[in-house]
Design a protein around this ligand. Structure first.
Ligand code: GLA
Length: 382
């Protein structure tokens, strides 16, 4: 394993290896920070870290997968607030450690090498995977006593405070709580969750990567702000409304004209998506995959037309899926690039994948990567 070799070369022997996976999300997009439901699962692709305490008060970190022509692969930093490193990848490590320290953990200097096979910027949460693998590892080696939920929340806080993305909890939750073969329905209002065995007979889940890589930032925060503005107005009429979870299409109508058209459409999408997740659960219970697929298409349309987080490449893939008779398809994750997730009948799979990749290459001049979804385990020590 290259991570071992690199670790030995840079820091000598010793060290433990930890892994935390990326995630897929069947449905429930941009609902987590609105206290709605999400339906993610961990995947069999992870970010690994090899780590050991270094008896110094410094972190020495190396990222194998970063491109040395663009950023430095090596970073050295302290653990005080002012020691924040420059490179984004290192900020995730620093931020996770800092958040743990702020919550009372006695984290000291460590040496770490990170690497993995979660495609970066592909909407499969490579950043949450990095935060959770570091969080899980630090928790273990410094005996911080955090549970999985605390590790997930630490990752989210790192993202908020050191990267500037006001993300919800879905990605870090899935990375920590993943369980092979199971999707997880999480209620982001009270953090109650339920495992759903997912093995749709006769169907496959497949991701197609637009190869448009996008690090979430201001556009994401901007969507969140729209939701918050809608809530602020709603609350003037219905004081019990704390988040869009507490609103419905009728209450939303009452404030039409009092928020911008843009904010209104975004809020409308979130309210509709909340119901779609519940419908999908009912459909899954009955093995009615056509219904699941229909909801996925509806989600895509909502994300494209109302939430406006899609892009031409994602829409192209979604249109091809529809044209080729795929049961369900939609963009997945924060948006602006990354993958579509497709629920496709096994006997259509080969044809769909080969035709779509050829069409995409012809249109955009780039071959999209295709990943069969294997639902794997959450963060762990290897
Ligand atoms: C990103 C965020 C998540 C979630 C999704 C959209 O992945 O990190 O919290 O909001 O976008 O569903």
């Amino acid at each position: 394993m290259k991570i071992r070799e690199k670790f030995r070369e840079l820091f000598g022997g010793g060290g433990e290896i930890y892994a935390a996976p990326g995630r897929i999300n069947l449905i429930g997009e941009h609902t987590d920070y609105n206290s709605g439901y999400v339906f993610p699962g961990a995947i069999d692709k992870a970010i690994y870290c090899m780590i050991k305490p270094n008896i110094k008060d410094k972190v020495r970190a190396f990222a194998i997968d970063e491109n040395p022509d663009k950023v430095s692969q090596y970073s050295e930093f302290g653990l005080q607030e002012e020691d924040i490193p420059v490179d984004r990848w290192a900020k995730y490590i620093f931020g996770t450690a800092r958040e743990m320290i702020k919550s009372g953990a006695a984290i000291e200097g460590f040496d770490v090498v990170v690497s993995g096979d979660v495609p970066l910027g592909a909407g499969m949460s490579s950043s949450a995977a990095l935060e959770c693998s570091i969080g899980y590892a630090l928790n273990d080696i410094f005996k911080a006593g955090f549970d999985k939920m605390q590790i997930a929340k630490t990752g989210q806080a790192a993202e908020h405070n050191y990267i500037g993305v006001k993300c919800g909890i879905m990605d870090q939750f899935a990375s920590c709580f993943g369980d092979a073969g199971n999707l997880i329905r999480l209620d982001c209002r009270n953090m109650k969750y339920e495992y759903y065995p997912f093995d749709p007979k006769g169907y496959k889940l497949v991701l197609i990567n637009t190869m448009v890589s996008h690090a979430l930032g201001s556009e994401y925060n901007d969507r969140r702000a729209s939701c918050e503005r809608a809530v602020e107005e709603l609350r003037k009429v219905h004081p019990h409304v704390k988040t869009l979870r507490d609103a419905n299409l009728i209450t939303l109508k009452e404030i039409s004209g009092r928020i911008s058209e843009e904010d209104y459409m975004r809020a409308e999408y979130v309210i509709e998506e909340k119901t779609r997740v519940i419908d999908v659960c009912l459909f899954l219970d009955r093995g009615y995959y056509e219904g699941v697929g229909r909801m996925m298409y509806e989600t895509h349309a909502g994300l494209r037309d109302k939430y406006t987080v899609s892009c031409p490449e994602l829409d192209f893939l979604n249109d091809r899926a529809k044209e080729y008779g795929v049961t369900g398809s939609r963009m997945m994750g924060g948006g602006f690039g990354g993958c579509t997730i497709n629920l496709v009948k096994e006997d259509l799979y080969g044809e769909f994948v080969s035709r779509t990749t050829a069409d995409y290459e012809k249109r955009f001049g780039i071959i999209p990567e295709v990943y069969d979804v294997v639902i794997g385990d959450g963060a762990r020590k290897l």
